[in-house]
Design a protein around this ligand. Structure first.
Ligand SMILES: *[C@@H]1O[C@H](CO)[C@@H](O)[C@H](O)[C@H]1NC(C)=O
Ligand SMILES: *[C@@H]1O[C@H](CO)[C@@H](O)[C@H](O)[C@H]1NC(C)=O
Ligand SMILES: *[C@@H]1O[C@H](CO)[C@@H](O)[C@H](O)[C@H]1NC(C)=O
Ligand SMILES: *[C@@H]1O[C@H](CO)[C@@H](O)[C@H](O)[C@H]1NC(C)=O
Ligand SMILES: *[C@@H]1O[C@H](CO)[C@@H](O)[C@H](O)[C@H]1NC(C)=O
Ligand SMILES: *[C@@H]1O[C@H](CO)[C@@H](O)[C@H](O)[C@H]1NC(C)=O
Ligand SMILES: *[C@@H]1O[C@H](CO)[C@@H](O)[C@H](O)[C@H]1NC(C)=O
Ligand SMILES: *[C@@H]1O[C@H](CO)[C@@H](O)[C@H](O)[C@H]1NC(C)=O
Length: 502
């Protein structure tokens, strides 16, 4: 698998078809985009990335007997499950010199995926003499409680242990266990994560400062809760900006396409006309099937709008360069440009992925990220309706979400005021083309709580495998700045450790 895997579909379309609210689904928060689209855009980029990342077989796999429920003492809370983590010892300077530990905190997918695309740890392990650990998030990959995925995802009784607070406690237990095993009590730990995992990394530093010296939180929208960011000024306003900047005519074409789709769909035979026009894999039953597909495609292109090929430019190249003149011919040309020449598009039969299943529960429990669409968007306006959202989640899982829990437990409101007098050693990195950057920390909070962003960067770009040939200077520079900051934290820690030992 290569870096290019990151450039795929964010939204699990099967969830998005749910009832009334078109934007019920929250685009997945992951360094990796999945494996849905794979077309022209990719064909040119299939060469192996020029990354200095260590091969996967340099990692040894371990399992930790993890506690099911860290937060109460009922007998059934003591049951355990096997949590997977992987260690690479190759560059480690050892416990005698308290050499550092880089710990990647997994997000909503199997950890194998991260191992192949997240290069930041192994590309820098040598110069830090660092141990590398990748820890899988509970309920994903091989770290599933209750013996099987089927059992674990049965209902809210078994899913109830699936939340961010439990995941952070898992990471703390694993890291303390590993440090003890390696007699590395004084080795400084730097936690690293991307997207939802980036949020976990920053929260881990805030909640477990005795375990982690610092955090690199890449594309972590920790302010995207509880309307800290007005829902209509967030995600879709950046998608719109990206397209508008890439091409004004492309933006205009997309903007007017929605009402044309609706107009056609409302006519007799309209849906079969649209099905034919878009070569759908199965006939459209509702125009929303097509609109959701297009919405996901544009969002995905924006979220993963990374060099060297920049998918938004690619989609707009298709739209602007279409041989036909009418709006829908142009739109379809954009689809083909991005997904490639296929036998069919839209309504493709597919099973809900592991990430789709897991993220759906997470966004219906503690990770409620309110996303709406403003009036000046290229998408149809949509006001996020919390009541509606709660109702849909409750219908699906039998329990309502807790939309205010994230800010109660982690904070987020007036973040500068709260953190400048309390926290330290977190890098909030972002690419401003990433729609999720709208919920990120984009200004320095203090000397050690720093925002490092790039204007043309995309989701999690800084921690993904480097490409020595195609990475632009601003990206190389962003990574250098991050490394320098982490070096400074560690140097200060070693000085304090010396003094402490005396
Ligand atoms: C982990 O749990 C398994 C199964 O319950 C048990 O066989 C094993 O000994 C445990 N390992 C440790 C290190 O406690
Ligand atoms: C670490 O220190 C111990 C005790 O001083 C010593 O016995 C051991 O050989 C050292 N290990 C390494 C790898 O230097
Ligand atoms: C459309 O409706 C028919 C009949 O209810 C159903 O068999 C088919 O699967 C639906 N198509 C899609 C794409 O959901
Ligand atoms: C393109 O559209 C314009 C009006 O929108 C029309 O005048 C022109 O004939 C069309 N060109 C082609 C090639 O269809
Ligand atoms: C797309 O594929 C079809 C057959 O599946 C082929 O006839 C057509 O020429 C292809 N178009 C392009 C642009 O490659
Ligand atoms: C969905 O899963 C079923 C059962 O595992 C499998 O038979 C089927 O081929 C899958 N469908 C797709 C589109 O992957
Ligand atoms: C869009 O504009 C309408 C009318 O001007 C207003 O009622 C509505 O609240 C606006 N919606 C959003 C999402 O700003
Ligand atoms: C960002 O991309 C735009 C459009 O491709 C380009 O004009 C601009 O120079 C880039 N900015 C930076 C800082 O690289």
């Amino acid at each position: 698998m290569s870096l290019l895997q990151c450039l795929v579909l964010i939204v699990s379309l099967s969830i998005k078809t749910s009832v009334s609210s078109a934007h019920l689904n929250i685009p997945r928060l992951s360094p990796n985009g999945g494996t849905f689209l794979r077309g022209n855009y990719f064909a040119h980029d299939q060469q192996k990335t020029m990354s200095a990342a260590d091969p996967i077989n340099d990692f040894e796999t371990f399992y930790y007997n993890q506690t099911l429920d860290h937060f109460n003492f009922r007998p059934d809370s003591f049951s355990t499950f096997q949590q997977r983590y992987l260690i690479n010892f190759k560059h480690w300077g050892g416990s005698n010199v308290s050499a550092p530990i880089f710990a990647y905190l997994g997000e909503e997918e199997a950890i194998d995926v991260d191992l192949s695309i997240v290069g930041f740890l192994s590309e820098n392990a040598h110069q830090f003499q660092a141990l590398q650990i990748f820890i899988e998030h509970r309920y994903y990959g091989k770290s599933v409680p209750f013996g099987s995925r089927e059992e674990a995802f049965q209902n809210a009784n078994t899913l109830g242990y699936f939340n961010s607070a439990q995941a952070l406690a898992d990471y703390a237990e694993v890291l303390i266990h590993v440090k003890k095993k390696l007699h590395a009590q004084h080795s400084p730990v730097i936690v690293i994560g991307g997207s939802y995992g980036g949020m976990l990394a920053s929260w881990f530093r805030l909640k477990y400062p005795h375990v982690a010296l610092g955090a690199l939180a890449s594309s972590a929208p920790i302010r995207y809760f509880d309307n800290i960011v007005p829902p209509e000024d967030g995600y879709y306003s950046i998608v719109t900006k990206d397209f508008k900047e890439a091409s004004e005519t492309c933006y205009q074409t997309i903007k007017k396409s929605w009402s044309e789709i609706d107009a056609i769909a409302s006519q007799p035979q309209g849906l079969s006309f649209l099905s034919e026009k878009f070569h759908t894999c199965r006939p459209l039953n509702k125009s929303s099937e097509l609109k959701n597909y297009l919405d996901s495609l544009y969002s995905h292109a924006a979220q993963y709008d990374s060099p060297p090929r920049y998918p938004v430019t690619f989609v707009c190249g298709g739209i602007d360069g279409a041989s036909g003149n009418d709006t829908l011919t142009k739109i379809f040309a954009g689809v083909v440009a991005y997904t490639g020449n296929r036998s069919c598009y839209v309504n493709q039969p597919k099973n809900l992925s592991e990430t789709g299943m897991g993220w759906s529960w997470q966004t219906c429990s503690d990770m409620v990220i309110p996303i709406g669409v403003g009036n000046d968007s290229m998408f149809p306006a949509y006001q996020f309706d919390l009541k509606d959202y709660i109702k849909s989640c409750k219908a699906q899982y039998g329990v309502p979400p807790r939309p205010h829990w994230a800010t109660t437990y982690f904070g987020g409101h007036d973040i500068k005021l709260a953190l400048e007098r309390f926290a330290s050693n977190i890098i909030f990195s972002n690419g401003l083309r990433d729609p999720y950057s709208s919920g990120g920390v984009l200004e320095d909070i203090s000397d050690t709580l720093v925002a490092v962003h790039t204007k043309n960067g995309s989701h999690c770009l800084d921690i993904l495998n480097a490409n020595s040939i195609t990475d632009p200077g601003w990206l190389v520079n962003q990574r250098k700045i991050e490394v320098k900051i982490i070096k400074r934290w560690i140097a200060k820690y070693y000085a304090d450790l010396q003094a402490f030992k005396k």
